[in-house]
Design a protein around this ligand. Sequence first.
Ligand code: GLU
Length: 467
Amino acid sequence: MSHSKVRTRIAPSPTGPLHIGTARSALFNFVYARKCGGAFILRIEDTDVERSEARYEDEVKAALEWLGLTWDEFYRQSERTDLYEQRLRKLEGDGAIYWCPHTMEELGAERAHQSEAKAPPIHQCEFRDSGKPVKGAGVLRFKNNREGEIVFRDAIRGEIRTRSDSIGDFSVAKDFRTPLYNFAVVIDDADMKISHVIRGEDHISNTPKQLLLQSALEFEPPAYAHLPLVLGPDRSKLSKRHGPTSLLEYREQGYLPEALINFMALLGWHPPGDTDVFALDDLIRDFGLERVGKAGAIFDIEKLNWLNREYIRRRAPEKLAQDLTFFASQWADAIDADSERWERVVALVRERLTTLASISDAARWAWEIPDYDPELLRWKGEEERADVYRHLTAVREKLSALDDWNSSSIEAALRPYAEAEGRGAVLWPLRVALSGEKNSPGPFELAYVLGKRETLERIDHAIIHSS
Ligand code: GLU
């Protein structure tokens, strides 16, 4: 390794919310830095003033913090204009860049011409060697004099070769105080002593340009690793069709950060063990670029849902109850008044939650007298109404005589009757009476959590319904 200390970075442009591909790059950079005892840097690439917005910078930071990917140093490109200008002036002095005054329209026409003649879309600028400064619109272009190929070793893909004449002279700045992406990145990566650039495959074509600039500025290039693209299950570019693309949307929908970390790690990286479930610390221990594949990483929301259920199950009960309060805000007052009951409700439904937001449906029975079709009380839709009435009345009688109220005493009070009369015929209508739903926790647990008074009230309601 050429640099003594590992320093990685994530360099989002604040032109939209942090999406899953960039968050995955952030994760790999963070983990790699932590693993090597190095530093992880957040650099906001806001040189595109028209498209950059402060609120997106805030969102990016909020999303990274939520994931636990905390940065050691922070930079904003818009505050580094002097440095870029100084380097551009140096290149100008060296004759390595020139003003190209052509308008977008002219360049477009040239390109169309080239495409017709099946020639590479390379701008041939008559000003490159004139040595004369040109005033007016246009850009500063890098004079690419390299012959043959530009070669670099990618930690994931091996050697990558690009013909220099397929790149031509490329733009580096709109003017001395407005650098463009490839130039600002090169200056910053060198100035911030970035040792490893780990980023998406979509940047492979930028790398040779960055290498040319590094060479002109006598910078030592960092190591490069280009991560496979994140694709939808149909192998198309990831889009809203496949699931939320913005990280904060996942937070709003009630995904746990642990689940997302785990999920994103599997987007390209292959864990060495036989489990797909691991925490950030395990990842830091086991991560290595040699286990990152080249093939497109498939984004499968079902996998994320599975992991989220897994982490919901693993969450400490009090912590989970606390997290869920936010998502059950419609019952906030009731929860505040009886947090113990809330914890019992949560314990009962946690196995059923895919996201934290699904608590709204899964725990509705705990707060609302359910409004259901009385037909639902009939076991398999076949039980006679008279029998439903008879069983509910018998169950009510046994429960009202019960003093000691917990799931096992409730079960003990009802079991013999249910065994004698048919388990489904007795317990199904009771469960529906208490939850109003086809799918819910079992009747003994429901009765326990609801408490005696409410249980009897709901049975009464069902008796009236079924008669
Ligand atoms: N601002 C670039 C992006 O958001 C950074 C690319 C890089 O990592 O060099 O894609």
